[in-house]
Design a protein around this ligand. Structure first.
Ligand code: PHE
Length: 372
């Protein structure tokens, strides 16, 4: 409450005079108009609307006026503060609108700029098939075995009963390594993994060995110098050809579907005795050799009319090989089989030529699924 104004100060009261109030307003409006940023406006608001601004100070003086003068002074100062307040609000709205439109420009996102995101690759179908077959065998308790692609000639041939003069040794179109007496070759099949496994492990042995192999073939529709095989080897007490047939059946059914029948034909491999060539019933004509094409039977193109498709080589592990690996053939016997993955894949998925398989075009791989 303000009491009677005993210490009357004429200087202070001058602040309430119309000229002074108008001058304070004019000063404030100029300052507000001059600011060019929201920060600047904040400072102007403190200076012209804050507690220590001339108009706020003038307002405080009203209480000390005689009652007759209070109303008029109050009205004048109130209106003046109102004008300044409106000017600040208007400038604030203006500056905010400017800022917003500036942000829209400065922080604009060009959605058409190419991104760094790369399309997801796809695992090669050869890899997928090898993995699926190996996984299925792992599920039956077998282990995955591996060997080097650059292999000792001895393991690739000699230990497999393919002696230096063996005709089959010449038949395998081998890449030898310089110098020839290095004793190294690019492995021509996955069978040396059999030897490595038998030298390393004690029976019982159940391994599946997928991998790259090499032969001096030109790349054409059905050949490639680098291809893939998958090989199975089992050594245990009392294994017979019945077990071999069972394992092959399991393998074929994983690859070509449940119920796929197999047959074996006599063949020859130095490291198996007896040796067999395995065929499975054609998945396209189911063994009929022909396919119904709108009422008339046409020869099945998948198997060439025989009803059977050749899978790969197999046999009971030769006793000489067992002995060379320190396994007693009187106690243990075993079987092995191996096949080319490219061929199986071409058959299974109707891949037209080897080129598609080796070119590495992701569009080819993507057709087999996007598993990574
Ligand atoms: N290694 C033989 C080949 O490449 C295939 C095979 C494997 C045969 C295992 C018998 C046993 O032709």
């Amino acid at each position: 409450m303000s009491g009677p104004n005993t210490n009357y100060d004429p200087v202070e009261v001058a602040a309430l005079e119309p000229a002074a109030v108008d001058a304070a307003v004019a000063h404030a409006l100029r300052a507000i108009a001059a600011v060019s940023s929201l920060e600047g406006l904040k400072a102007a608001r403190i200076a012209h609307q804050g507690e220590k601004s001339p108009l706020a100070l003038a307002n405080r003086e009203i209480g000390a006026l005689p009652p007759s003068a209070k109303a008029e002074a109050g009205k004048r100062v109130g209106q003046a503060r109102g004008r300044v307040g409106q000017a600040i609000a208007a400038r604030q709205a203006q500056l905010e609108a400017e800022r917003d439109s500036r942000i829209l420009v400065e922080e604009r996102v060009d959605v058409t700029v190419p991104t760094l995101r790369r399309p997801l690759g796809a695992r090669h179908p050869i890899e997928l098939v090898a993995q699926r077959l190996a996984d299925s065998f792992v599920g039956m308790g077998w282990e995955v075995a591996e060997g080097p692609e650059l292999e000792a000639e001895w393991l690739n041939f000699d230990a497999l009963n393919l002696g230096p003069d063996h005709p089959a040794r010449q038949m395998q179109d081998t890449f030898f390594l310089d110098p020839v007496d290095s004793g190294l070759v690019l492995r021509t099949h996955t069978s040396p993994v059999q030897i490595r496994t038998m030298l390393e492990k004690e029976p019982p042995i159940y391994v599946v060995a997928p991998g790259k192999v090499f032969r001096t073939d030109e790349l054409d529709a059905t050949h490639t110098p680098v291809f893939h095989q998958i090989e199975c080897l089992a050594i245990d007490a009392g294994l017979t050809m019945a077990h071999l047939r069972g394992a092959i059946d399991a393998f074929v059914q994983i690859m070509f579907g449940a119920g796929t029948r197999t047959r074996v034909r006599a063949s020859y491999f130095p490291f198996t005795e007896p040796s067999m060539e395995t065929d499975f019933v054609c998945f396209a004509c189911h063994g009929a050799g022909s396919i119904d094409a709108g009422g008339s039977a046409v020869q099945c193109r998948t198997c060439g009319g025989s009803g059977w498709i050749e899978l790969g080589g197999s046999g009971m592990v030769n006793r000489k090989v067992l002995r060379a690996c320190g396994i007693d053939p009187e106690v243990y016997s075993g079987f092995a089989f191996g096949l080319g993955i490219e061929r199986a894949l071409m058959l299974r998925h109707g891949v037209q030529g080897m080129h598609e398989m080796v070119e590495g075009d992701v569009r080819f791989s993507q057709q087999f699924g996007m598993e990574v």
